[in-house]
Design a protein around this ligand. Structure first.
Ligand SMILES: [Zn+2]
Length: 317
């Protein structure tokens, strides 16, 4: 692999433009949602392919391992980087060693998988918490902290883009920087063969298969850009639905009168709510009260007999 970067010396080093490295980055993060969308659409029958949807992360982990593993080994870059004609080289030695390759694999394949799992776990803990289920303190801390950590990382990324543009750094992303790798133009000639070679038995079937697969993958990369747009459209559709507002804060007296009528302090007979305050009384108690005082007895909000609502909980007999 050392030969790959041997022709590049610091004097004639050509740095890929920010546009190219950003394009590679954006293609890389598109692959996951794009394939997810294809899986969602094609697996309309949940009984047959339900497992693929449920274990999509694991399916994608396997797929991504194969693809990125191959591209790192063969071209020294991720699928998206190679697609844009880029390859990874060590900032210092201008080579791409086995160690660089293994760490690249960890950052490209394993870390995103772990982050996705963490995000999903946090989302479900947050959901449980909002539905008043018990969530341990450290999990609460984790799901509260996660958005801030992500915002910080995004800011750091932006700083890296700017410093790459200003020629201050040789790498455009914190993750590549952590690996001490930079992106450079891919120069190695790929294996080429013609059908004549095939007829003369010069090309192995395995080579043909792998080339065909790669062409298919690279074509798919174009297709992915289209699916990304499709995905965005779908998200915009969802955005038009406003988020559910937070549940109202309980009133300080709410606990005191839980399951009892605030007037007679017994279990409510014919439970009746005052709609302006939410407190529940016996129908007789509140109706009698409102004849002399047009206010909710607990909150003192103005109320009349017209503001009473029957509560049908099903356990009032
Ligand atoms: Zn009562």
């Amino acid at each position: 692999m050392a030969a790959k970067g041997a022709h590049i010396t610091p004097n004639i080093e050509v740095k890929p433009s920010l546009f190219e490295v950003l394009a590679a980055d954006s293609l890389n993060i598109t692959i996951y949602p794009a394939i997810k969308r294809v899986v969602d659409v094609t697996t309309a029958k949940p009984t047959v392919f339900g497992g693929l949807v449920r274990y999509y992360d694991e399916f994608y982990l396997a797929f991504n391992s194969l693809v990125q593993g191959y591209y790192l080994k063969q071209y020294g870059g991720s699928l998206a980087e190679v697609f844009y004609g880029l390859t990874r080289l060590s900032v210092r030695s201008k080579t791409f060693t086995t160690k660089d390759r293994n760490w690249s694999f960890v950052v490209l394949v394993l870390v995103p998988y772990a982050i996705r799992k963490l995000e999903k776990a946090c989302a479900s803990w947050k959901d449980d918490y909002e539905n008043a289920k018990h969530v341990s303190a450290h999990r609460q801390l984790l799901f509260r902290l996660l958005p801030y950590v992500q915002a910080c990382y995004e800011s750091v990324k932006l700083i890296y883009y700017v410093s790459y543009l200003a020629n201050v750094t040789k790498t455009h992303s914190p993750s590549l920087r952590a690996l001490a790798l930079g992106l450079s133009y891919l120069t190695e000639e790929e294996e080429s063969w013609s059908f004549k070679d095939v007829l003369h038995g010069k090309v192995k079937v395995a080579t043909m298969m792998s080339t065909a697969l790669l062409r298919w993958l690279e074509l798919s990369a174009f297709f992915l850009q289209f699916i990304e747009w499709w995905q965005t459209e779908a998200n915009i559709g969802d955005l038009s639905k406003l988020p559910i507002p937070d549940a109202p804060e309980p009133d300080s007296n709410a606990k005191k009168y839980a399951n009892v009528c605030p007037i007679c302090l017994q279990k409510q007979i014919i439970p009746t709510a005052v709609s302006v305050s939410g407190y529940v009384y016996c129908y007789r108690c509140i109706a009698t009260h409102l004849q002399t005082d047009s206010r909710c007895p607990v909150t003192k909000y103005p109320a009349t007999i017209k503001d009473l609502i029957g509560i049908y909980t099903g356990d009032d007999d």
